[in-house]
Design a protein. Sequence first.
Length: 757
Amino acid sequence: MTHSKAASWRKAAILLGSASLLAPVAAHAQARPAPRAPAQGDQADGVPDVIVTAQRREESLQRTPLAVTALGVDDLREKNITSLADLGRAVPNLAISSAGYTAPSNALPVIYIRGIGQQDPSIFSDPGVPVYVDGIYVARSAGGAIDLPDIQRVEVLRGPQGTLFGKNAVGGAVNLVTQTPGKSPGSRFELSGGSDDLLHARGYTDLALSDQAGLTLAADYMHENGFGNRLAVGTNKVLGRLGDKRHFSLRGRLHVAPSEALSIDISADYTRYRDTAQPSQTRVFAANLLTLYNTSVGTPAGSPLTQSVAGAGDYDNYSLNPQPVRDDLGGVSATIAYKLGGVTLKSITAYRASRDTFSRDADSAPMVFLEAARNMRSDQFSQEVQLLGGLFDDKVDFILGAFYLHDTSSQTDVASVLPGLYVATHNPQTDISRTTSDQQTTNSYAVFGQATWHIAQGLNFTAGLRYTRDSKQAVISSNSPESGIIYVPPTAFDDSWHALTPRFALDYRISPNILVYASASRGFKSGGFNGRPSNIASLSSFAPETVWSYETGIKADLLQHHVRLNLAGFIADYQNIQLQRQILVIGTGIVSDIRNVAASRIKGLEGELTILPVRGLELTASGGYTTDKYTNIQTGAPVTATGVIPYTPKWTYSLAARYAIDLGNSGTVTPSVDYAYRSSAFVTPDNDPAGLIPSYGIMSARLSYVPRNSFWEVSAFVTNLTDKRYFISKGVSAGIGIEYQLLGAPRRFGGTVAVHF
């Protein structure tokens, strides 16, 4: 439609005015979805629709009655999202940490949605927000899944997904969808360079091998130096870097459709990380243990430990430990779909493996005061069968399915705590370092079904139910690496848990562009065993988590699709919360266990807003609010009635603007800027003030140029534009009084050249 310039700006004023009225209502930007052809009644310059698979079938985001944020490939590129941890900048009520004592790399992220997640990404603690890749559950090392450039879309489903996704999806799910080969043949290659010797090469090619077959190949290589250094005491000579990234990923997907009824997809992927741990610093050493260490170990050796070696500069420390992080992960899968009249039978078969090792200097000092290392392996096989279709002249849509998972994992943890004390004193009370070993086998079985009844024009009722049975067998042992004493001989555990997780939803389309809905859903997360016992007394198991969540929301496209507003409110009753505690017991060592601590009532609001005031200009805003209160605290739990769940900021919001400036025959220049804020959040269940991450906001910007009718484009970008110094983790290590902090990246900048054909 053609508008005069004055009319365009009048419309812009109306839209901006509506935005100012809507912004206080927890408005969150639905990041720009992938383009699509405008539907009937739409304007070509309106907010485009996006197709999601949040209910295991393709449907419009605006017709899906649950809270979903969908980020297309352009969104990921423009917001410089290159890892799962970066998603926290774009999704309301989502918190992801990729650094810390228990999560030292992007391969092992700690993910929380609406206050529910997984504090410790170990084999004996299941994710509360699982990651799926093309419908495949990723039990371990989920972070590498997003590295490749053939990701078509990332869907973040908020709230329990216990019926259709099921496996441990008590807080939500992250669903990664790759491009279907042969649908949009072409290739794209990007080369980026920038500060800290950044070299990032990535590309994919989508080949149509025939009318019935397509092949996608994608590769990604990143080399980026860390922003912190390990320094020598006295000389400040650089011994090594912290925060290095050396990533390589490769994936291939073959799509074959020999007939209209049959389609076959075969995928294989591999990711390798060779990083160093995130820059960290010690703020305080506990005076009593510092004195004990120096009296028995430091002074005789001529190397006393003092507060002066706690940190150096903004991002440096005096650690002698190179702190390597090494991850290898990948898998193969086959998805076969066959149409049988009005129904489709689908089989998803997958095998995945991961190998993760790291060494963490938790004291950041030139002496070994507290250091930790981990070696983790996992092999998983999964099989899912789905039957999808319609009944009664398509008045009812349904999906039935069955799921099986077999996972064998092992993990060895070494905690070196004040080593040398036992040798110096020969006092068993000072033998507190521990090596723990775990072997675990998990079998999970589930059957599920969900149906949507189209009651009347625009009115739908959805009901679903899943039955899950999880069983785990483990062998756990513990000994002292210093004295050799076996404190826990190999001890076998065997347990199983089961649950019913229903979902009910009612949605009504008030008009063709406005949907309201209400839902109730239940989530379930398996129990397990304490994998880091210090002695026999600390051997324990923990029960499953469950949650009932009640949600209501509205999804609206307004003013001829120039405004999109999605809002949701929720209340969740969260039971048997699994949290980790770490305390030091002299003579016993570090007691690190996972236990059920409490029940909590979680409430919140979130919204997504996109405004297109004039052609080429896109304004987005985002907001999320979450509050929680413990309602039932179990005896001996490391929480209080006034405490809050860790990794749960009360407020999250983001603002972004993007303006595509048409230069006529010369092409298009597009500046964009985004700002993401999160309020303070605790890291540990006991809400120790030393473990409070202060609130912070990060601004990023990008400028791109695309010539008209050309095969190339260039862009420049900067992250943390204001060079904000912020923290991604803080706390007190293992109860021995080391107050530590892990730092986020400073300002970084670079440029990208891309070709596509």
